[in-house]
Design a protein around this ligand. Structure first.
Ligand SMILES: NC(=O)c1ccc[n+]([C@@H]2O[C@H](COP(=O)([O-])OP(=O)(O)OC[C@H]3O[C@@H](n4cnc5c(N)ncnc54)[C@H](OP(=O)(O)O)[C@@H]3O)[C@@H](O)[C@H]2O)c1
Length: 241
């Protein structure tokens, strides 16, 4: 069978959490598949460096630094995407994790975690939805976690993080329901242990069964397929099985 052209080719795609880890690997893989990537995170230096690396490999990327827990910063990121033609693909990987016993979890930690991991994702998905609706369709992949999946083993100290990831799965289902009539699909990926800074912070004893590039490749493969029949799904990645 002849190679199918990438669905991503020539599209404007926003990737959040692109300064390192899974987001960075995903931005690189999507750029390789031919999308123009708007790369977002707080670390402006890392984004500039990544954009240069992508360009050196023949891809295109535009840095869009910002704190995605803030609505005005999210607006700025999507204004940049709009100038390039409008986002029709979105991958939300930005998240924070604070490991602290439940009883010592401060309101500030709770609010910051939910603001970044869930409200920030809501803001990004809503902005992308508007642009995808105008374009007649689009595809969204959100990073949840096995920490947000009922019945999986949970680790102590992650109450706020785990709750935020349960929320991500619910948010994605809601987007899938309302996106259907507009040709917009949304799904979640819920990895186990991936070799990143966040994993080392969450549980240094946990042996990562996945590398960021493994998750990135899966995301590109999913985005390159018609995602309608998977829309609303959460795909758990039990990497240690
Ligand atoms: N690693 C794992 O084992 C694992 C397992 C399951 C799920 N996940 C999920 O996969 C995603 C990526 O995780 P990772 O392991 O790659 O984490 P990571 O290496 O810690 O990267 C997190 C990214 O989020 C960005 N970020 C954090 N707060 C932000 C904010 N307020 N505004 C904008 N960007 C922000 C960070 O950039 P700046 O600091 O520059 O802002 C960074 O680029 C997350 O959603 C995580 O929950 C990871």
């Amino acid at each position: 069978m002849p190679d199918q052209p990438h669905w991503l080719r020539g599209r404007v795609a926003v990737v959040t959490g692109a300064s390192r880890g899974i987001g960075r690997a995903t931005a690189e893989a999507m750029a390789q598949a031919g999308a123009h990537i708007v790369i977002a995170a707080r670390g402006a230096g890392a984004l500039t460096e990544l954009a240069a690396a992508i360009r050196e490999s023949g891809g295109t990327a535009t840095p869009a630094p910002g704190d995605l827990s803030r609505a005005d910063d999210v607006d700025r990121v999507f204004a940049i995407a709009e100038e390039l033609g409008g986002a029709t693909a979105l991958v939300c990987a930005a998240a924070v994790l604070s490991k602290v016993p439940f009883i010592q979890t401060t309101l500030d930690t709770w609010e910051q975690t939910l603001a970044t991991n869930l409200t920030g994702m809501f803001l990004c998905c809503r902005a992308a939805f508007q642009s995808m609706e105008r374009a007649g369709g689009g595809r969204i992949v959100n990073l949840a976690s096995l920490s947000g999946v009922y019945g999986t083993e949970k680790f102590p100290g992650l109450a706020a993080y785990n709750v935020s990831k349960y929320g991500v799965i619910g948010l994605t289902e809601a987007i899938a329901v309302e996106g259907r009539e507009h040709g917009i699909s949304a799904l979640c990926i819920s990895p186990g242990a991936v070799d990143t800074d966040m994993l080392r912070q969450a549980n240094p004893a946990l042996k990562p069964g996945l590398k960021p590039a493994d998750v990135a490749q899966l995301i590109v493969t999913l985005l390159d397929q018609p995602m309608d029949c998977l829309s609303g799904a959460n795909i758990p990645l039990f990497s240690n099985r």
